[in-house]
Design a protein around this ligand. Structure first.
Ligand SMILES: NC(=O)CC[C@H](N)C(=O)O
Length: 302
């Protein structure tokens, strides 16, 4: 595995720095673009790394999988009245579909969907962001995971689009709590700082039938783990999900911090990170690394 990782790392390295770092959140624009790391965590508990795998970064939309997991644990099938399970075919922060589909977002991984899931978690937890941070600390076995307050505040300050989605959902009666409170928690979740190793470990339960080996916890049922993987495979990379399924063939979830997590069911959880993004907002080198990994090793769920 180490020699495969080295080969892929060297192959992808020339692409690192191509594309652009996310600058619509000003605090993210200052990240050094020339960073690249990979971590692979196996169901046997082995962890393989290369490059900047231990440098923390802003997990951004990868947090949407953790929020969804918390909501599914509590609400089960009932939650699907408020959010759909279909790919949107539109950018992650698009508003148009939400209006003509009556305030019910297409899936939990576009922003509107993640915000409505955050509203569900707001109803359930007294301090939703701390509950989430505790959850990821447990899943990854790293008690030192922190929230980047500068990023969270920067997102809140530039929240107009996300706030517009939340208020639109409220106007359709698909929102229970105070919009501003929910946005604060949603942004704090996106602003969690984790490294590739933390994320590969924290996603281990999705490669392991819902079971987290790190703290010996059945996080979700085997069926729910399969369902979360299915949602990642169909919507995890926004409007690039189809191409990602075609090229990589694994459930994945990206974030505008440049991280991408991918699952090889029953075997591995992977995290790649490089801050520069392609046009749809996915890490350019990260997608290339996962393409190389899956074609070298033949991993695919299809
Ligand atoms: N795709 C992303 O990573 C987007 C998350 C970001 N916090 C936002 O709300 O815009």
């Amino acid at each position: 595995m180490n020699s495969i990782l080295k080969r892929i790392y060297e192959k992808v390295l020339p692409l690192v720095g191509e594309g652009n770092v996310a600058d619509y959140i000003p605090a993210l624009a200052s990240v050094n673009p020339n960073q690249f790391g990979i971590a692979i965590y196996s169901n046997k508990g082995e962890c393989y790394t290369i490059g900047d795998a231990k440098t923390p970064f802003s997990i951004q939309s990868i947090s949407k999988v953790f929020s969804l997991t918390l909501a599914m644990k509590h609400y089960g099938e009932g939650m699907w009245k408020r959010v759909g399970r279909e790919p949107s075919g539109l950018p992650f922060n698009s508003l148009v579909q939400l209006e003509y589909e009556g305030g019910v977002p297409r899936n939990p991984f576009i922003n509107a969907g993640a915000i409505v899931v955050s509203d569900m978690n707001q109803t359930r937890f007294a301090t939703p962001h701390y509950a989430m941070r505790e959850f990821v600390r447990r899943l990854s076995g790293n008690p030192n995971i922190k929230t980047d307050k500068v990023v969270a505040d920067s997102e809140y300050e530039h929240r107009s689009r996300n706030a517009a989605m939340a208020y639109l959902m409220k106007s359709f009666d698909n929102f229970d709590n105070d919009v501003e409170d929910v946005l604060h928690n949603y942004f704090s979740n996106c602003a969690l700082r984790m490294n590739c190793v933390d994320l590969a470990k924290a996603f281990g339960f999705l490669a392991n039938k819902g079971y987290c080996m790190i703290n010996n916890e059945q996080v979700v049922s085997e069926q729910q783990a399969r369902q979360i993987n299915a949602l990642m495979a169909t919507s995890g990379l926004y409007d690039e999900a189809g191409t990602f399924a075609y090229m990589v063939g694994l459930p994945g979830k990206s974030g505008v911090g440049g991280g991408i997590v991918a699952i090889v069911p029953n075997q591995f959880s992977i995290c790649v990170w490089s801050p520069c993004l392609n046009k749809v907002g996915n890490s350019l080198a990260g997608v290339a690394a996962l393409e190389a990994l899956s074609s070298e090793i033949g991993w695919s769920v299809f």
